[in-house]
Ligand binder design. Structure first.
Ligand SMILES: CC(=O)N[C@H]1[C@@H](OP(=O)(O)OP(=O)(O)OC[C@H]2O[C@@H](n3ccc(=O)[nH]c3=O)[C@H](O)[C@@H]2O)O[C@H](CO)[C@@H](O)[C@@H]1O
Ligand SMILES: C=C(OP(=O)(O)O)C(=O)O
Length: 429
């Protein structure tokens, strides 16, 4: 199993190219199931989750071709990939494939809408909470689907077409918003989704679906209206830059000090989170080529945060922010409201000398003046990178074990950081 070795203490200076967003690319790839035409996606990140979804889509009969990468980029960076679901050969998504990642469950929407049936294993993904699928089931039932849960599979059928309806999400869910929006594109009549997720990835998906001929308005607000159409066509669409990767590297620079251009990043996709990082003492500006983050000399100020659905502070940046707060000049309070078990990084950060106490869904972080390197274990995707952030500032050597979690969501992390002066390497095997 690969490990990442870091020797902390260096400032970060230089340029980090921001990849296409994992959490936008995955639903966009799944949207290819809605049409027998070709959907071409630009800026698809080269990540373990993307490769896994390619295997899952392949099992349904989706062909793909990789047709290029960005100029001046080496093998392994974001690519343009064309997906063609001309013939859906299988409407079952088996446990062995789906159990590895949460988003693979989302094929249920397009398969049901286009083929009238889907049998999809209950999903896996980061172990950060119970993560039920009740909202997907309830929402698809509102569109007229018959649904059973049998032997760990969701079995969904729609005898004729799905039928448009009004559905009010009892709780905001990104995944269920993606799925119902995709399913409703091919339903008969109008669907209105209320209390929908407003994340930029939902907007990116809606824009792609509209380019394919869907009639969606309101994505990015809490009410999305979808006028069903008979069929969708192919399109060419670009994956937005990864706001979680952007926020992660912004926090890394705020932690180590330095001056880094996050190339291709868009501040508007994570303004709330960047405002929080600014309040810790970093200077952040949007330039024509990306987001520039600087911290020179001053210490790290403590800031309290509470995770919330977009546009609030994202849960996917909570662990990284906690990493930053471990070296603040005071006490900060971090409250997690989205997932009930997303504090597994706390005990690993403690190995590096962090002072954190937990009380229910709140962590109190008392900043220390020095962290000391140690062997630590990655427990989930974002927790892993919080250990990298802490390791970059810790004295001496930190070894992060179980790096496969990181590879799900961070493209060439060690290369991007070492180019900016970090001492970081992958140890294979
Ligand atoms: C691949 C992807 O894009 N993953 C993101 C997506 O996950 P995901 O789409 O799984 O997250 P959701 O927004 O659905 O989850 C939000 C909350 O709703 C709950 N819930 C969800 C569905 C349901 O049927 N019932 C239910 O109770 C979840 O357990 C959680 O407590 O949004 C999360 C919240 O921003 C992010 O942390 C993940 O990185
Ligand atoms: C939690 C995440 O991913 P997933 O929903 O695939 O588990 C994430 O991207 O931080």
């Amino acid at each position: 199993m690969d490990r990442i070795r870091i020797v902390g203490g260096n400032e970060l200076t230089g340029t980090i190219p921001i990849s296409g967003a994992k959490n936008a690319a995955l639903p966009l790839m799944i949207a290819s199931l809605l049409t027998d035409d070709t959907l071409t996606l630009e800026n698809v990140p080269h990540l373990a989750d993307v490769e896994q979804l390619i295997r899952i889509l392949g099992n349904h009969g989706v062909d793909y071709t990789v047709s290029g990468r960005r100029e001046r980029q080496s093998e392994g960076y974001s690519r343009t990939i064309s997906f063609s679901a001309r013939n859906i050969v299988d409407t079952t998504a088996p446990y062995e494939l789906v159990s590895k990642m949460r988003a693979s469950f989302w094929v249920v929407g397009p398969l049901l809408a286009r083929m009238g049936e889907a049998k999809v294993s209950l999903p896996g993904g980061c172990a950060i909470g119970t993560r039920p699928v009740d909202l997907f089931i309830e929402g698809l039932q509102a569109l007229g689907a018959d649904i059973d849960v049998d032997n760990g599979y969701v079995v969904a059928k729609a005898k004729n077409r799905l039928i448009g309806n009004r559905y009010v999400f009892p709780k905001i869910s990104v995944g269920a918003t993606h799925v119902l929006m995709m399913a409703a594109t091919l339903a008969r009549g109008e669907t209105v989704l209320e209390n929908a997720a407003r994340e930029p990835e939902v907007v990116n998906l809606a824009e792609c679906l509209n380019a394919m001929g869907a009639r969606i308005t309101g994505a990015g607000t809490s009410t999305i209206t979808i006028e069903g159409v008979d069929s969708l066509s192919g399109a060419r669409h670009r994956v937005i830059p990864d706001r979680i990767e952007t926020g992660t590297y912004a926090m890394a620079v705020a932690m180590t000090g330095g001056d880094v251009l996050l190339e291709g990043a868009r501040a508007d996709l994570l303004q709330g989170a960047l405002d929080v990082v600014s309040r810790t003492g970093a200077e952040i500006i949007q330039t024509n080529s990306g987001v520039r983050v600087m911290r020179n000399g001053s210490g790290i100020s403590p800031v309290d945060v509470t995770t919330e659905p977009f546009p609030g502070f994202p849960t996917d940046l909570q662990a990284q922010f906690m990493g930053l707060m471990t070296m603040s000049k005071g006490k900060s309070k971090i409250t997690e409201t989205i997932f009930e078990n997303r504090f597994m990084h706390v005990q690993e950060l403690a190995r590096l000398g962090a002072h954190i106490t937990l009380s229910g869904q709140t962590a109190i972080v008392e900043g220390v003046s020095k962290l000391k390197g140690a062997p630590v274990m990655a427990t989930d995707l974002r927790a892993s990178v919080s250990l990298v952030i802490a390791g970059l500032a810790a004295e001496g050597e930190t070894v992060v074990n179980r790096v496969y979690h990181l590879d799900r969501g961070f493209e060439r992390l060690e290369e991007k950081l070492s180019r900016c002066g970090a001492v970081i390497e992958r140890i294979s095997g």
